[in-house]
Design a protein around this ligand. Structure first.
Ligand SMILES: [Zn+2]
Length: 329
């Protein structure tokens, strides 16, 4: 850090930073501007910027603070990382957020060039090209990301720190279908599903973030919660739009908070597996959510199925809907 916080903030007022990031605000009295909140989805503007104090406050999500706080929240970075973003000595090539975006773009290009990747998606019942594009699904063949990113000027150290490379310098994701996990605009993690013999699920270091694509459905009074991204994808493909995914049966505090932020009914469509672990997790979660005043229904799929396998073996949307309607409290 070459300068102190106050110097950085003086150089770039909050309003100017927001405008550089395409925020539009309208004057709302002396030294105040109001517009849509960049931190949460809303239909009426409730995000205020006070230019005299150089701070923001959102009456919708209750978040507020200075420029550094805004960067922390919007890009999900630590205080130190947020400062680094503002430091004029930080080049785009040293930006930890930019490098993940670049990796995601590279993985997306690879999807079409590796027939085994599309074959795997088809096998998992996923064939809608528009949805594959919307979810930004890519493929990590392994062995080529490091060269691609170092050619673009990213340092080996940054690639290792970001978790894209292993400690020994090889690609962390090898023969994996890759889903970027976004929080608002920014990618907070990557999920990689092995198409080979390696351990099935892998994330980058750090948080998996909140519920998948939560911004899209946070206003729904009924939501379907699934544990895997392939469950999510097939449900979206057949027309269920009020779906989200917790990436595993254990919900983190962000995810629990999101489900509880307003009163709603949550349909848990976890795996119905032989050892009952999916259903046990669903029962525990139902308990925790119930204690917060959230209505919970457990969707019971035919034995041995999760939503993905149910559709892969020929299930249809109407049948799935009937399981939702028959869901148990
Ligand atoms: Zn807000």
């Amino acid at each position: 850090m070459s300068e102190d916080v106050e110097t950085l903030k003086r150089r770039l007022p909050l309003l100017e930073y927001l405008r550089q990031h395409h925020w539009t605000g309208h004057p709302a009295g002396r030294s105040e501007f109001v517009g849509f909140c960049p931190l949460h989805e809303e239909t009426r503007p409730s995000f205020y910027v006070n230019t005299r104090k150089d701070v923001f406050y959102c009456h919708g999500c209750g978040q507020g603070g200075d420029l550094i706080r805004f960067i922390q929240l919007s890009r999900r970075l630590s205080f130190r990382q947020s400062l680094a973003c503002l430091d004029p000595q930080t080049t785009p090539e040293a930006d930890p957020v930019a490098v993940i975006e670049q990796a995601t773009a590279f993985y997306r290009q690879q999807l079409d060039q590796h027939p085994e990747a599309m074959f795997y998606l088809n096998q998992r019942g996923l064939h809608d090209r528009a949805l594959i594009r919307e979810l930004e699904i890519g493929y990590a063949p392994g062995g080529s990301l490091r060269r691609h990113l170092t050619e673009q000027g990213y340092s080996f150290d940054l690639l290792r720190q970001s978790g894209l490379l292993n400690v020994n310098g090889s690609d962390a994701f090898y023969q994996r279908i890759v889903f970027p996990l976004r929080q608002g605009e920014h990618i907070v993690n990557l999920y990689g599903r092995s198409i080979g013999a390696a351990f099935a699920h892998r994330f980058m270091p750090g948080t998996k973030g909140g519920l998948y694509a939560w911004e899209k459905i946070r206003h729904c009074s009924e939501v379907i919660l699934v544990e895997g991204l392939f469950d999510y994808a097939v449900l979206r493909q057949v027309g269920f739009h009020n779906v989200t995914c917790s990436l595993g049966t254990h919900l983190n505090t962000d995810q629990l908070r999101q489900l509880c932020e307003s009163s709603r009914t949550v349909y848990l469509a976890f795996d119905v597996d032989a050892n009952r672990s999916g259903q046990r997790a669903a029962e525990q979660l139902a308990h925790r959510l119930g204690a917060q005043g959230i209505a919970v229904r457990r969707v019971l799929l035919p034995h041995g199925h999760d939503p993905n396998s149910f559709f892969v073996q020929g299930g249809d949307a109407r049948q799935f809907q009937s399981f939702v309607e028959a869901a148990l409290p």
